[in-house]
Design a binder for this molecule. Structure first.
Ligand SMILES: Nc1ncnc2c1ncn2[C@@H]1O[C@H](COP(=O)(O)OP(=O)(O)OP(=O)(O)O)[C@@H](O)[C@H]1O
Ligand SMILES: [Mg+2]
Length: 249
């Protein structure tokens, strides 16, 4: 598991995360988000007037039928997809006011993302994939830390495998280790247990919730798994691009 204190800075008063909590800044505030994707006959009005707030350190489960817009909403929250209209404020920063470079820097510092399709770099080993965001963030001991994160997801024996040499569940765990490694304030994960057996899934869920408990991270988890949804503080249900029931527990 994680070396305690290896990443943890949350006890320090100059931690921006603690300052944000003290100032009661929402981790994520979306208002009036509309987004259409695709061209011509393939054009879909994916998100329709979505307004949603996620508190600092809160775990929100994002649920809803296939095609309801969950992955797209996650991309919008992470600043990877710009909406046609509406406002996205992440930890007090209006993402609409950032150019692409500033947005990429902001994401790199604050947000960990686990994609539904993993998006590992195929030419890099598991270890190199996890070390990459640490190197980009100029963190010391990137490879040492990457190794610890991979051990934490049960992949200490697959450090030098390339993505194509890993099973789906193993790739998923590399993606989770990569997202967790830089100690993000916000972690958004798209069906993080979707490819895992029950025991491995539980291990990953423990790891995600340890981020919340020990490091004060905010979690937004897309899931079809009712067990995982129940562990969240709150569930938000999407249907046809709209928030169906914003206050359901
Ligand atoms: N680039 C695109 N062009 C056209 N339509 C798109 C595009 N991306 C997504 N869509 C459509 O938007 C809808 C929402 O997609 P999204 O991937 O957000 O669904 P989801 O809720 O994550 O579904 P699942 O549970 O199957 O992963 C789908 O009907 C999809 O076909
Ligand atoms: Mg999806």
């Amino acid at each position: 598991m994680f070396g305690k204190g290896m990443f943890g800075k949350s006890a320090e008063t100059d931690d921006p995360r603690q300052a944000a909590i003290a100032a009661d800044v929402r981790a994520i505030a979306l208002s009036g988000i509309d987004l259409s994707l695709g061209r011509g006959a393939a054009r879909v009005h994916v998100l329709r007037g979505i307004s949603l707030e996620v508190g600092q350190g809160e775990a929100v489960g994002l649920v809803g039928p296939s095609g309801s817009g969950k992955s797209t909403l996650l991309m919008v929250m992470a600043g990877l997809e710009r909406p046609d209209s509406g406002r996205i404020v992440v930890e007090g920063t209006d993402l609409g006011g950032l150019d692409e470079d500033a947005l990429a820097r902001f994401r790199g510092r604050r947000i960990g993302i686990v994609f539904q399709a993993f998006h590992l770099v195929p030419t890099m080993t598991a270890l190199e994939n996890v070390a990459l965001p640490l190197e980009l963030a100029d963190k010391p001991d990137a490879h040492f830390r990457a190794k610890a994160e991979l051990e934490a997801v049960g992949l200490g024996h697959r450090l030098h495998h390339y993505p194509a040499q890993l099973s789906g569940g193993e790739q998923q765990r590399v993606a989770i280790a990569r997202a967790i490694a830089p100690d993000p304030a916000i972690l958004v994960a798209d069906e993080p247990t979707g490819n895992l057996d029950e025991a491995t899934g539980r291990q990953i869920v423990d790891l995600l919730f340890a981020l919340k408990r020990d490091r004060g991270a905010t979690l937004v988890l897309v899931t079809h798994d009712p067990g995982l949804a129940r562990l969240c503080d709150r569930t938000v249900r999407l249907r046809s691009g709209r928030v169906e029931d914003p206050v359901a527990a």
